[in-house]
Design a protein around this ligand. Structure first.
Ligand code: SAM
Length: 456
């Protein structure tokens, strides 16, 4: 899931009202209805307790999962997370969040203090220099930094402030980064296969670098994947707003102490020295809010990230600057007992499969990219609308015809999905949706061509 764009629900000039809701929106970094291979993704703790990673439906597994959920809820409360209207629940095989009470549109129903989240901020010093070489941390991309933080926090066990969160994370997500070449080919979609191959190579490279930079113990590639997959399927990002007000207040305390000493030394009236210091502080805050929007920060927000995706809903994860907390609201209303959804952003099925391991049926953000050359001829920029459309329709039809299976074949296969491996099933769902995107585009274009011909 990526944290989004622009700033603040409250106007920036509202700065002096330091308890106004100055918020910065976030979105889930690069979405129940699909049947992803990892649908029943047990928590690391539940899997460890049974000594296996495979999903299972036994009553002892259910009991362990219930215990993990109970621990998680307890931990969340102690960490200051406020979410009285939602709880973790299973919807078939898929874990998600259930409304315990009616949730109104725009109501804030989850509040997560920054201290209960795992955060990567720009230019921040490596928080775990005993765990990994800070030089590697500094140069690593944000998702590797966050994966390192997860591994570090996990290694601390109950001493970690986020142990309750880490315990309930899925033990494995089985995104296509783990798939073999033959399994990837089943996707029947070249752009996705290419991206996943690149990701496989890049993650391996990062792992090798991590092994060289690790200062504590040995870490398997499986451990590294666990962390990266959780990060890529759960993190939010947003415009960076600088250090929190709490940190600013501590800085102010130091400045005041220094200011007092300075005033004494210079024989200046204390007030005058403090005025200067306070304006420095205000300037810093204004600077953070106004100028640092382009810098991004990333957060794993417990409870918020327990909620599944639907591209049919609108939701907001925002950071309240002055309260130093993340808050969640949606534009939808939910009744008690219903599954709650949020949006991870406008993501195509390519990115949903690659990072979240599922495909959303009828995803309005799905696209189909292909090389539109027909009969060896490249498209001419000078083609008129109608000609262009005709060529595109032909190219799209040729593309569909080139597939090893038709949409009807895939639909038939999926009728007996229980006979397929989870990866085969995920691949079939994905390629069927891609074919539907092409078919809809062809159908629309043919209609338009028909109208144009009738009008001529
Ligand atoms: C942010 S987590 C959401 C909570 C997660 N289901 C859990 O058990 O912790 C994102 C993951 O949830 C699953 N997920 C979210 N929305 C889904 C959907 N609409 N259909 C299937 N799986 C979904 C995917 O496995 C995805 O990687």
């Amino acid at each position: 899931m990526a944290l989004a764009g622009v700033c603040s629900a409250a106007p920036l000039c509202a700065l002096p009202q330091s308890h106004s809701r100055t918020r910065v929106p976030c979105s889930l970094a690069p979405s129940s209805r699909s049947s992803a291979p990892h649908r029943r993704r047990r928590s690391a703790a539940a899997a460890a307790a049974s000594g296996s990673n495979a999903g299972g439906g036994s009553s002892s597994t259910a009991a362990r999962e219930a215990a993990v959920t109970k621990d998680y809820i307890k931990w969340a409360g102690e960490a200051g997370i406020v979410s009285p209207k939602v709880t973790q629940a299973y919807f078939g095989e898929l874990r998600g969040a259930k409304a315990l009470d009616a949730i109104a549109p725009d109501e804030i129903f989850v509040t997560v203090p920054r201290g209960a989240a795992v955060v990567v901020a720009p230019n921040e010093r490596c928080p775990c220099p005993d765990f990994v070489d800070p030089a590697f941390y500094k140069e690593a991309p944000w998702f590797v930094k966050m994966a390192l933080l997860l591994l570090w926090e996990r290694s601390r066990g109950r001493a970690s402030p986020v142990w309750g969160y880490i315990e309930q994370l899925p033990s494995s997500i089985d995104t296509p980064v783990r798939w073999s070449e033959a399994e990837l080919e089943e996707l029947q979609y070249a752009p996705a296969i290419k991206e996943i191959r690149q990701q496989q190579a890049a993650w391996r490279q990062q792992y090798d670098k991590f092994c060289a930079a690790a200062k504590q113990g040995k870490h398997s590639y499986e451990d590294f994947l666990w962390a990266l997959e959780n990060v890529r399927s759960r993190a939010f990002s947003g415009p960076y707003t600088g250090s929190s007000v709490g940190e600013k207040a501590r800085t102010l305390g130091l400045l005041l102490a220094a200011g007092g000493a300075y005033a004494a030394w210079q024989q200046l009236p204390l007030e005058q020295a403090l005025n200067g210091l306070i304006s420095v502080l205000v300037f810093n805050i204004i600077y953070d809010l106004l100028l640092s929007k382009k810098l991004k920060w990333y957060a794993l927000c417990p409870v918020v990230d327990a909620i599944n995706h639907s591209s049919l809903v609108e939701s907001n994860v925002e950071y309240e600057y002055f309260r130093d907390q993340f808050v969640l609201s949606t534009k939808s209303a939910y009744r008690a007992g219903e599954q709650v959804f949020i949006s991870y952003g406008a993501q195509s099925n390519g990115s949903l499969l690659q990072y979240y391991a599922f495909t959303e049926p009828n995803n309005p953000n799905d696209v189909y990219a292909f090389d539109a050359a027909v009969g060896g001829q490249k498209l001419q920029a000078s083609l008129q609308d109608e000609q262009l459309r005709t060529v595109l329709v032909q190219a799209a039809e040729a593309e569909l015809a080139s597939k090893p299976t038709s949409a009807a074949d895939d639909e038939r296969l999926l009728q007996t999905a229980h006979l397929m491996s989870p990866r085969q099933r995920a691949a079939a769902e994905f390629r069927l949706e891609k074919k539907r995107v092409l078919e809809r585009a062809i159908c629309r274009s043919r209609k338009r061509l028909g109208k144009q011909a009738a009008a001529a």
